[in-house]
Design a protein around this ligand. Structure first.
Ligand SMILES: *[C@@H]1O[C@H](CO)[C@@H](O)[C@H](O)[C@H]1NC(C)=O
Ligand SMILES: *[C@@H]1O[C@H](CO)[C@@H](O)[C@H](O)[C@H]1NC(C)=O
Ligand SMILES: *[C@@H]1O[C@H](CO)[C@@H](O)[C@H](O)[C@H]1NC(C)=O
Ligand SMILES: *[C@@H]1O[C@H](CO)[C@@H](O)[C@H](O)[C@H]1NC(C)=O
Ligand SMILES: *[C@@H]1O[C@H](CO)[C@@H](O)[C@H](O)[C@H]1NC(C)=O
Ligand SMILES: *[C@@H]1O[C@H](CO)[C@@H](O)[C@H](O)[C@H]1NC(C)=O
Ligand SMILES: *[C@@H]1O[C@H](CO)[C@@H](O)[C@H](O)[C@H]1NC(C)=O
Ligand SMILES: *[C@@H]1O[C@H](CO)[C@@H](O)[C@H](O)[C@H]1NC(C)=O
Length: 543
């Protein structure tokens, strides 16, 4: 037993080293070069060769928060000590609006006295920026380790009132994993807010605030959040209100996993939007919290990528056909590698409808006993209401007691095809955006936009089930991580935020292909040869 356990991590490590060093003499064993799944970009465009980009550089840095409002033609940007309202058609134009919002000198001093970093932490980093109602945005900043929130009137782009306490809503640390949503006047966030507190998924308002449970079963263990999404499962549903919020994160694993060298697991968790907490049990706690493991592995290499870095949810025509695209990496920070895994929403849902885990003798095992009714973790729908259960506060104690001790699902969420969509070594992707593009052949192509930790953007397209990286683009002269990314299908642009600025990149740059051959063989679904030059298909009404 002991021997097997110690050999496996070694084997994995050896495989990884072979993979990543690309030592050609090693490729003979145990796999041939044909098994080299690494995808190589077809073209490389350096910073100087970039065409058609617009840049925005304000007086601040760390442009980490973006909010795109296509209809109004606005891109709202949250930086360090400043907010901007940019014009989506060209973010470089001078008519841009801004708000300066710095931490006061007094607050900065207190931050420094706490021993915080004067280069990064003792500033007001904008971390939350979303639409509140028709006329206002809601914004939160770290405010030199004393978070504050405020309302901004979009007309005139100015603060409309005083500041609100942000301590429970926004992390203190500008680099801490954080995600949040503002829906119908309700604020949901997930982070490890304070330096010493446990990570938590919260509904901050309206009253009562809801949280995750810490005892006897801790629902989250050192969770590092990367994203969240509302899926309106009640649309066209026969059972009424069933909307849920999904959170994506990596945490320390509680259950035993097959790979002893790994200590972390990627997760998806969900709560019901209409949760109001329990009456006595789970008072002011979620009654619907459930989580499941997300698996992303390269079977050929026996490689399990367990760190989730970003998640993009592509919503289909209906919620049921939504697809989750995750970017995964390795736990070992000094080894660069990335994988993209794709999950069908129906598979995610099936896991949440499956068996639960239970802690028995300090080990997590599948629970095979009786499950109380209504099923723990399900939202209050018309079905419940017909049984006299009008809200989560009417749930029987047996259901709440069960929910409290069974936050983890027994089955894992596997990616479509049980494998990665794409694997890339020597590169750390940190952000992903996905777009569907109709091409001349009548097919709808999936295009991935992948941002790296050193300022590159990769554009990849799926052709016959295989991913091709059409091009890699260097977005910034100085290497820096891509911190935020949004896609506008109206402007046909990608907006990318980083330490030094925001860049607007066209979805495609067909004029870069100068011959018919290149234009066609680039497999770029955006481009077509018009007889003379390579052009954007979308720009031609006559195809
Ligand atoms: C953005 O710029 C375009 C072109 O200059 C202009 O027509 C449009 O009104 C501007 N949008 C906003 C929201 O200012
Ligand atoms: C965007 O605006 C800037 C400044 O007005 C201008 O130099 C640039 O050419 C514009 N970009 C495009 C693509 O029109
Ligand atoms: C930050 O602290 C370092 C070392 O204490 C000091 O040299 C530097 O001038 C400080 N920088 C700022 C911006 O206060
Ligand atoms: C939006 O919210 C703000 C801040 O609470 C409030 O002042 C404003 O009246 C609201 N606007 C509408 C249209 O409800
Ligand atoms: C915000 O801007 C609007 C429109 O420019 C102005 O009427 C209002 O007085 C400003 N509000 C504050 C608090 O400065
Ligand atoms: C709801 O159902 C109607 C009628 O079947 C359909 O037209 C509509 O697209 C559906 N909406 C969604 C969001 O699925
Ligand atoms: C639920 O609502 C119905 C109709 O409003 C009411 O008759 C019933 O007493 C409520 N049940 C509980 C448990 O409050
Ligand atoms: C902000 O940007 C600077 C470089 O301009 C970088 O050193 C720092 O790590 C960034 N801070 C955060 C929180 O991203």
């Amino acid at each position: 037993m002991g021997d097997q356990k110690s050999i496996q991590p070694l084997l994995i490590l050896l495989l990884i080293l072979m993979l990543l060093n690309g030592l050609s003499q090693l490729w003979a064993f145990p796999f041939s070069p044909s098994l080299d799944l690494d995808v190589i970009p077809r073209t490389t465009v350096f910073y100087k060769g970039m065409l058609g980009c617009n840049g925005f550089m304000g007086s601040s840095q760390n442009y980490s928060t973006l909010l795109l409002e296509e209809e109004a033609g606005r891109l709202y940007v949250g930086g360090r000590g400043a907010l901007y309202a940019l014009n989506t058609s060209n973010i470089s134009t001078s008519a841009n609006l801004n708000i300066d919002w710095n931490a006061t000198p007094e607050q900065k001093k207190q931050c420094l006295n706490k021993g915080r970093n004067n280069q990064t932490e003792c500033y007001n980093h904008i971390r939350f920026l979303q639409r509140y109602n028709e006329t206002h945005l809601y914004v939160c900043g770290t405010n030199a380790f004393r978070p504050l929130c405020a309302y901004i009137a979009t007309e005139g782009f100015n603060f409309s009132s005083g500041f609100e306490e942000g301590r429970e809503r926004c992390p203190y640390d500008p680099a801490k994993g954080y995600t949040g949503l503002l829906i119908d006047g309700e604020m949901f966030t997930a982070s490890q807010y304070e330096f010493r507190s446990s990570p938590d998924i919260r509904r901050n308002f309206p009253f009562p605030t809801l949280r995750t449970e810490e005892a006897p079963t801790r629902w989250l263990l050192e969770a590092d959040f990367v994203g969240s999404v509302l899926l309106k499962e009640s649309i066209n549903s026969s059972i009424g209100d069933d909307d849920k919020i999904y959170f994506f994160f990596t945490e320390r694993s509680q259950e035993q996993i097959a790979y002893p060298s790994q200590t972390k697991v990627s997760r998806v968790a969900r709560v019901c939007k209409n949760d109001w907490g329990g009456q006595r049990t789970l008072q002011r706690k979620w009654t619907t919290f459930l989580k499941a493991r997300m698996v992303c592995s390269v079977p050929e290499y026996e490689l399990h990528l367990n760190i989730l870095r970003d998640m993009f949810v592509l919503q289909g025509r209906d919620v049921q056909s939504s697809i989750f695209y995750g970017v995964f990496g390795l736990e070992w920070k000094n080894i660069k590698a990335s994988a993209i895994c794709q999950y069908a929403f129906s598979d995610v849902r099936r896991v949440f409808e499956g068996p639960y885990m239970e802690m028995q003798d300090s080990k997590w095992r599948e629970y095979t006993g009786k499950v109380p009714e209504p099923r723990p973790g399900s939202c209050i729908t018309d079905l419940h209401r017909s049984q006299g259960i009008n809200s989560s506060r009417d749930l029987p104690d047996s259901v709440l007691t069960f929910a409290r001790r069974h936050p983890l699902m027994a089955k894992q969420v596997h990616p479509t095809g049980l494998r990665t969509l794409m694997f890339k070594r020597s590169v750390n992707y940190v952000k992903i955006g996905v777009h569907k593009e109709p091409a001349l052949d009548g097919n709808l192509y999936t295009v991935l936009f992948l941002g790296t930790d050193n300022g590159w953007l990769h554009r990849a397209v799926e052709v016959d089930g295989e991913m091709h990286i059409i091009e890699e683009l260097q977005m910034f002269a100085k290497p820096q991580p891509i911190e935020s990314m949004v896609i506008s299908s109206v402007q046909r642009s990608i907006y990318i935020g980083s330490h030094s600025g925001v860049i607007q990149v066209p979805m495609s740059t067909c004029q870069r292909y100068t011959s018919c051959y290149e234009c066609v063989f680039a497999r770029d679904p955006f481009c077509g040869w018009d007889g003379r030059v390579c052009v954007e298909i979308s720009s031609r009404s006559q195809r």
